[in-house]
Design a protein. Structure first.
Length: 322
């Protein structure tokens, strides 16, 4: 009996030693599946660079990423439960899904305004500005996307009767513009900026011109409610998201890693980052201009009626910093 007691004590001591030798992580590593709209953009690379750099791992999170052609696809993956989180989709699409009873909650802002978005024509196009766009076809990605609502706001602001057309992702849109399938293409920095520098395409409008959206959250991160029930995994993901964002604006190594991921020259991204992506526009902690966003969602028929204060509180569940 004494021998058994001694063995048990020894085992307990060894167990304690092992726990002290590998002090934690306070949490086991949780796997979160994240759908991200538009692969390769700077703002949609936060999850990718956070995973590659080991930043999420420090928060006890492992991330697998599915890239989609636009925000609505990413949102649908979360609505169906095949993915846990979506980042980079339009806020009106998320609000519309919640209003229809989808099991989703907004967990962070992903973009304020549309400083990264631009519309372009081929170099020899007779279109010099949006004033020449009446009756012309003009690109957005998918119905319900942030580029869709941005384009509607842009055309309304300038009172231009152009014809919006869904063209999918940026590579497909560029091909359509270069081959004359659409009159005015759509890009988002840094995609296509090398062609602007080379004089092959001309920018005729910028998302930063859209006054109605300048101070509004236009893209968000959202989570399936089942993911929110997994302890504090989503909160740790969002803290890793903040950590990754800080790193992307403070360490030149982030530009090198981004170049390896996106094939965008670090020199081009370093220039584009501060012009097209001020860090404050990507910070996730506040949904900005919510009253205007909700009014636009109603006007654009993403929701059938105004949401109540209780519904809004339920819909937006941004985890605080850890």
């Amino acid at each position: 009996m004494m021998a058994r007691a001694g063995a048990a004590s020894l085992a307990a001591a060894l167990c304690s030693s092992v726990m002290l030798a590998f002090p934690p992580s306070a949490h086991a590593e949780d796997l979160l599946k994240v759908a991200v709209a538009q692969r390769g953009q700077w703002d949609t690379a936060i999850a990718e660079l956070g995973e590659r750099s080991g930043i999420f791992k420090k928060r006890g999170i492992a991330v697998t990423i599915l890239y989609t052609q636009g925000g609505p696809e990413a949102h649908q993956a979360v609505i169906s439960g095949s993915m846990d989180i979506a980042c980079g989709g339009g806020i009106e699409s998320a609000i519309g899904a919640f209003s229809k009873g989808a099991p989703v909650r907004i967990i962070g802002s992903a973009m304020i305004g549309s400083p990264d978005t631009y519309w372009f024509v081929v170099a020899n196009s007779p279109i010099r500005s949006l004033a020449d766009a009446s009756g012309k076809t003009i690109s957005y990605s998918q119905n319900g996307s942030s580029s869709h609502t941005a384009l509607l706001a842009l055309l309304d602001q300038y009172k231009v009767d152009a014809r919006p057309v869904a063209t999918g992702g940026h590579p497909a849109t560029l091909t359509m513009a270069m081959t004359g399938q659409i009159d005015i293409g759509r890009g988002a920095a840094p995609f296509g900026l090398d062609l602007v520098e080379e004089g092959k395409i001309r920018v005729i409008a910028r998302g930063s011109e859209i006054k109605a959206r300048a101070h509004q959250t236009v893209r968000i991160c959202m989570a399936n409610t089942q993911a929110l029930k997994r302890g504090d995994a989503v909160a740790r993901f969002m803290q890793g998201y903040r950590d990754a964002l800080e790193w992307m604006y403070s360490d030149p190594a982030a530009l090198t890693m981004y170049e390896a991921f996106s094939n965008v020259r670090r020199e081009l991204m370093a220039k584009a980052r501060d012009e097209y992506f001020p860090k404050a526009t990507l910070w996730p902690d506040e949904i900005r201009g919510l009253d205007l966003v909700l009014a636009d969602a109603l006007k654009n028929k993403f929701i059938a009626r105004p949401l109540t204060a209780a519904e809004i509180k339920e819909m937006i569940q941004i985890p605080g910093p850890l």
